[in-house]
Design a protein around this ligand. Structure first.
Ligand SMILES: [Zn+2]
Length: 638
C-alpha cells in the first residue's frame, strides 16, 4: 500500500459552496461497462485542467519555451534579482508541467487502451523529466550559497523573502552536502537521499531483483475447499491464507513458506545488500545510522521511530489477548500463523449506491465542522467533476486522489456499491480535502505535504466513518462484522507494520555493527519478533520465521512505520473530535492547511498529537483492547 504519489495541488478558484442535493441516478456498476455508457455526471471533468487537447499541447510548448530563459539564468543565481526571477519562473512552469502530467495521467488511467492517451502520457513524462533536468542547477546553486550571501539577498530583494520557507527546506541538509566530485559519484551509485518528496524514487537494483525472483519462483499447487487442485500465485495466496477451511489455509501457508525457504540465501543476500547499501549512503553523508538519514529526509527525528517500537512493546498485551480470542472463537487447539487471517465472522451483504455512501460519509464527518462539510459536499457531488465514480472497461483498478496546484483535487474510484467502497471513498476524500485545504492556505512552494501527514488525513475519515457505522449498526451480526474489520485493521497496521519496522531497524543495526546478514540471522531475528508480538498462545511453525523473505515493504527504506504512526495519530485525533474538545476540529484543520510550512511533527503537535510521547500508540492499543472486549461480549450473547 505504498502511497500513490502526491503532487501538490490547490484550488485558487472560489467554490460555490452550500447545500447540494444530488439526483439519484441509478447506475449498476460493472467492470466491463464501456466508458461512454456511464452518465457523464459520474465522470471526472478534466477540462478544469485544460479546456482542450490543443491547450494541453500549448502547455507543453510553453514549458519548453522556458528552458531558454532557465539556461540564461544558470550560473548566475548569486545575483538576488536573477534568483528571484528564476524562482518565479520555476514555480510557474513547474505548476504548468504538473498540470500537463496530471491531465495525461488521469486520461490514461480511465482508459488504458486508448493509444492517443498513452502517447500523451509518455510525452508528459518526458516533459517533466526534461523540466527537472533543465532546472536542477537551481538546487545546486542555492545549496552552494553561504548563509551570509543569502541573508544579503533577502535584504536587497524583498520579493525573495516569500520563498524563504522553500529555500530553508532546500538548505536544511546542506551540511550533508559533499564536494561536487563526491556528489557526482554518489549520484552515479544511485543515491536517493536527496529525492524530492514529490518524486517517486526508482527502485534499487536489489529491490528489482527481489521482485524478479518472486515472479520467477514456481509456486506449488494446493487443493482448494472443494478438493480441486489450484495453482498458488502471489495474488491468490492471501485468499487461501484466509480460507475458513483450516486444511486449505494450512496447506497454502506451509507450501508457500516451504517454497520460499528454498531461496532463503538469495533473499537474504538481497535484503542484506539493501541494508548495506542504505548504510553506505548514510555513512557517505556522515549520518550515524541509515534510519537517521532516511528520517531526516522528511525532517523527522529518530525518536518518532524508536518511541513507536517502545510504545508497541509496552502495549503488546492486547495482541496476546487477540490471539487468545481467535483461539476461543475459532475453537482451535493451537493458534498457528495461518489461523491469524480467516475472518472471525462472515461478511454482511451490502448494496450501497454512491449517493447513499455520500450521505453516510457526510453524517460521519460532522465532527470536522461546517467548513470541511461544505467543501466535502461540493467535492462529492459528481456534477462538480472531482470524482470518477464507477469502474469501466479498461479503467485501471484501485482508487486514489491526485491534485496539482490551482485545480480542484481529483478522486478516482472503482465504486462497486460494496461496503468497503464506502470506506475507500471516505479515505480518498480525506486526501482530496487535505489537498484542497493546503492549496487554499499555502503558496505552491509550501503546499506539498509529506506522506507522514497525508495518511493521517485519510485515516481520520475512515475512523470517523467506522465509529458512526458501529454505533448505528442495525443487527448484532452487522456490528460484529464492523468490529472485526476494525480489529484486523488495527492488528495489521499498528502491530504488524511495527513488527516490520522493528525488523528493519534490527537488520540495519546488524549491518552497521559489521555483522554479516545471513538467512540464519534474519530467520532468528524475525522468529524472536513474532514470538514476542503474538505472545504465549501463538504456536510457531517450523517455517514461520521465513516470512520476512517475501515482504516488499522491507525495501521501502524506513517507510513502513508511517502506517503505524499514521493510524495511531488518526485514532487520537478522531477521539478528540468525537469528544468535541473545544478547538479540536480547528486545530486538526490547521494541520491540514499547514502543507509543508512546518516540520511534520510540529504540525501534528498543533493538532493535539505528540508522537515523541507514547500517548497515541496507547490510545490505539486501548481501542484494540476495547474492540476485543466488545467482540467477546457479542459472541457470548450469540
Ligand atoms: Zn491513502
Amino acid at each position: 500500500m505504498k502511497m500513490k504519489k502526491l503532487t501538490a495541488v490547490l484550488c485558487l478558484g472560489v467554490l460555490a459552496l452550500g447545500g447540494i442535493r444530488m439526483a439519484h441516478a441509478a447506475v449498476t456498476p460493472e467492470a466491463t461497462m464501456p466508458r461512454n455508457k456511464i452518465p457523464k455526471e459520474y465522470l471526472w471533468d478534466l477540462t478544469k485542467i485544460f479546456k482542450s487537447d490543443a491547450l494541453w499541447k500549448q502547455g507543453i510548448a510553453e514549458v519548453k519555451a522556458s528552458f531558454k530563459e532557465f539556461a540564461s539564468l544558470r550560473g548566475k543565481l548569486s545575483d538576488p534579482s536573477k534568483l528571484n526571477r528564476c524562482l518565479d519562473l520555476y514555480f510557474a512552469k513547474h505548476g504548468l508541467a504538473n498540470r500537463v502530467t496530471m491531465y495525461a495521467n488521469l486520461r490514461e488511467d480511465s482508459d488504458t487502451t486508448d493509444a492517443l492517451t498513452q502517447a500523451m502520457n509518455t510525452e508528459a513524462l518526458a516533459l517533466m523529466a526534461d523540466f527537472m533536468r533543465e532546472t536542477s542547477f537551481i538546487k545546486q546553486e542555492v545549496l552552494e550559497m553561504s548563509d551570509t550571501a543569502l541573508a544579503k539577498a533577502y535584504k536587497s530583494k524583498p520579493g525573495l523573502t516569500q520563498y524563504k520557507p522553500y529555500l530553508d527546506e532546500l538548505r536544511r541538509r546542506r551540511a550533508r552536502l559533499l564536494n561536487p566530485e563526491a556528489e557526482r559519484v554518489l549520484s552515479m551509485a544511485g543515491d536517493n537521499l536527496w529525492a524530492e518528496i514529490d518524486l517517486n524514487e526508482l527502485p534499487s537494483p536489489l529491490e528489482s531483483a527481489f521482485h524478479a525472483l518472486l515472479s520467477d519462483i514456481v509456486w506449488p499447487k494446493i487443493k482448494d475447499e472443494k478438493g480441486t487442485e489450484v495453482q498458488l500465485t502471489l495474488s491468490n495466496y492471501p485468499k487461501y491464507r484466509a480460507s475458513s477451511d483450516r486444511r486449505v489455509r494450512k496447506e497454502a501457508v506451509e507450501s508457500f513458506f516451504k517454497t520460499i525457504h528454498r531461496y532463503e540465501h538469495v533473499f537474504a543476500t538481497l535484503l542484506g545488500g539493501q541494508a548495506q547499501f542504505n548504510k553506505f549512503l548514510a555513512q557517505a553523508r556522515n549520518y550515524p545510522t541509515a534510519m537517521e538519514a532516511y528520517l531526516d529526509k522528511d525532517n523527522l527525528p529518530v525518536t518518532v521511530y524508536t518511541n513507536l517500537i517502545e510504545a508497541v512493546h509496552a502495549n503488546v498485551k492486547p495482541l496476546h489477548r487477540y490471539v487468545a480470542l481467535r483461539k476461543k472463537i475459532m475453537k482451535l487447539d493451537q493458534v498457528h500463523l495461518y489461523d491469524l487471517y480467516p475472518p472471525l465472522v462472515a461478511g454482511v451483504k451490502s448494496d450501497i449506491p454512491y449517493e447513499k455512501a455520500v450521505e453516510m460519509i457526510q453524517e460521519a464527518l460532522k465532527p470536522l465542522g461546517q467548513e470541511y462539510l461544505d467543501v466535502l459536499a461540493e467535492g462529492m457531488n459528481p456534477k462538480h467533476g472531482w470524482v470518477d465514480v464507477y469502474p469501466n472497461k479498461n479503467k485501471k483498478s484501485g482508487a486514489f486522489s491526485s491534485s496539482c496546484y490551482g485545480v480542484t483535487p481529483y478522486v478516482k474510484m472503482n465504486y462497486f456499491n460494496d461496503f468497503d467502497d464506502v470506506s475507500t471513498l471516505a479515505h480518498e476524500y480525506g486526501h482530496a480535502l487535505h489537498s484542497h485545504l493546503t492549496m487554499k492556505a499555502q503558496p505552491p512552494w509550501t503546499s506539498r505535504y509529506t506522506s507522514f501527514i497525508a495518511e493521517i488525513a485519510s485515516t481520520v475519515n475512515e475512523i470517523l466513518l467506522s465509529d458512526t457505522l458501529i454505533a448505528k449498526a442495525k443487527t448484532p451480526a452487522e456490528k460484529l462484522y464492523l468490529l472485526t474489520e476494525r480489529l484486523e485493521t488495527l492488528r495489521t497496521t499498528i502491530y504488524r507494520q511495527t513488527l516490520f519496522a522493528e525488523f528493519e531497524l534490527l537488520i540495519h543495526a546488524a549491518a552497521e555493527a559489521g555483522t554479516p546478514i545471513t538467512a540464519d540471522l534474519l530467520g532468528k531475528t524475525y522468529g524472536t519478533l513474532i514470538t514476542k508480538y503474538y505472545g504465549p498462545e501463538y504456536v510457531m511453525g517450523p517455517t514461520d520465521s521465513i516470512e520476512w523473505a517475501y515482504i516488499p515493504h522491507l525495501y521501502y527504506k524506513f517507510y513502513v512505520f508511517v502506517y503505524a504512526t499514521g493510524l495511531s495519530s488518526a485514532i487520537a485525533i478522531a477521539d478528540r473530535l468525537q469528544q468535541g474538545l473545544p478547538g479540536a476540529a480547528e486545530a486538526y484543520l490547521d494541520m491540514l492547511r499547514g502543507g509543508s510550512s512546518k516540520p511534520p511533527l510540529e504540525l501534528l503537535k498543533e493538532a493535539g498529537v505528540d508522537l515523541t510521547k507514547p500517548t497515541a500508540v496507547e490510545a490505539a492499543a486501548a481501542l484494540f483492547d476495547k474492540t476485543i472486549t466488545e467482540i467477546e461480549t457479542l459472541f457470548e450473547a450469540k
